[in-house]
Design a protein around this ligand. Structure first.
Ligand SMILES: Nc1ncnc2c1ncn2[C@@H]1O[C@H](COP(=O)(O)OP(=O)(O)OP(=O)(O)O)[C@@H](O)[C@H]1O
Ligand SMILES: [Mg+2]
Length: 332
């Protein structure tokens, strides 16, 4: 799976720009020139979401009211994401689609300088990670996630009202059932994903720390949750750890071991995203600058392996000296 062309309009610092990509493209430019923004736009075409923005509006150029991102996918049509009047819209070959019918037509794996947070950061980073991966392969997951998040907000609002004496417990029933159904699916898919990673038979193991949502679990927390005015069980409270020799790497692993564990996660992610249409595009955001010579070579080897499988790599760097030979170069 490959992206041939990308067009940006009012997207972050890019007013109007078009790019073409070969199998191996490196985007070279100074700090702040807009390299990561390009990868963000490509990842947006793959997942329907930004990997860095908290709100979609952040992606609109400060001085404009809308943005538009268009991509030409090899053998898979044209994808467009636009934001207008505060609303994000999706298009496939010019026809408007819902997010759940849009994401995953392009598949991409993102490697970035903050990847180590996947091991050492907060649980929400790991949940988000699982969502970004699974969303690219499973329409039902996308649907469940949207429905679950909406349901959760509603349920929490009712909990707050119960606390204030403005609502009754029976108003929760509908939302309980919805969250149990959608949450169950989310948990199941996350579990399957991590199980699959563990079958790759290495020294690493992902351990799913799931927060099951069920009638009995909700019952167990029914007093506490009114006090807290938030739903205390469900996949929005999930986490996972990566272990090496049954030890949690975030606590016991060396920096290098943590880095290797990230690589293991990413390789599994990439495997997971392989389909009949080929391997996912790799987006490498400025990863060489952090690595020593040895690790750089290791990454280069992985990259060559991916290319042999028919892959496409798009990477960024601020340092023209790390540009490998034989790559197409985009200068910012
Ligand atoms: N909504 C926006 N409108 C206009 N400019 C923006 C917006 N969001 C971010 N920017 C600007 O875009 C610029 C480029 O950001 P980006 O992260 O892509 O740079 P980069 O080339 O990856 O830099 P680095 O090498 O430091 O990683 C930044 O200067 C940032 O201030
Ligand atoms: Mg950057």
């Amino acid at each position: 799976m490959k992206i041939d062309k990308l067009e940006l309009k009012n997207f972050r610092n890019h007013d109007k720009r078009a790019f073409s990509f070969g199998d191996k493209t490196v985007i070279v430019g100074e700090n702040g020139s807009g390299k990561s923004n390009i990868l963000e736009a490509i990842y947006l075409l793959a997942t329907g979401k930004s990997f860095r923005a908290d709100t979609d509006l952040e992606m609109v150029n400060y001085e404009r009211q809308f943005f538009r991102v268009d991509g030409k996918i090899k053998d898979n049509g044209d994808l467009g994401v636009l934001l207008n009047e505060g609303r994000k819209k999706f298009e496939v070959n010019g026809i408007s689609k819902r997010m759940m019918d849009f994401a995953g037509r392009l598949k991409a794996v993102l490697f970035g300088p903050t990847d180590l947070d996947l091991i050492t950061g907060s649980p929400s980073i790991r949940r988000r990670y699982l969502d970004f991966v699974i969303m690219q392969t499973d329409r039902e997951y996308r649907r469940s996630l949207i429905s679950y998040e909406k349901g959760l907000r509603q349920r929490n609002k009712i909990l707050e009202n119960i606390r204030e004496g403005l609502a009754e417990r029976n108003q929760l029933w509908f939302w309980d059932r919805l969250l149990i159904k959608e949450g169950g699916y989310i948990t199941q898919k996350r579990e399957e994903y991590l199980d699959k990673a563990n079958k790759s038979g290495t020294r690493y193991k992902a351990v799913y720390d799931k927060s099951v949502i069920s009638e009995s679990r909700l019952k167990q927390y029914e007093v506490e949750e009114v006090g807290a005015a938030v739903t205390l069980v469900g996949p929005h409270r999930d986490d996972f750890t990566v272990e090496m020799s049954a030890k949690d790497i975030s606590k016991y692993g060396s920096r290098g071991e943590q880095r290797m564990a990230v690589m293991w996660l990413k390789k599994n992610e990439s495997e997971y995203l392989v389909t009949d249409e080929g391997v996912p595009v790799w987006l490498l955001d400025d990863i060489f600058s952090e690595l020593d010579h040895h690790h750089r070579e290791e990454v280069e080897k992985e990259v060559e392996r991916q290319i042999k499988k028919g892959g496409q790599i798009i990477m960024t760097t601020a340092d023209p000296h790390v540009v490998p030979k034989g790559w197409d170069i985009i200068e910012m």
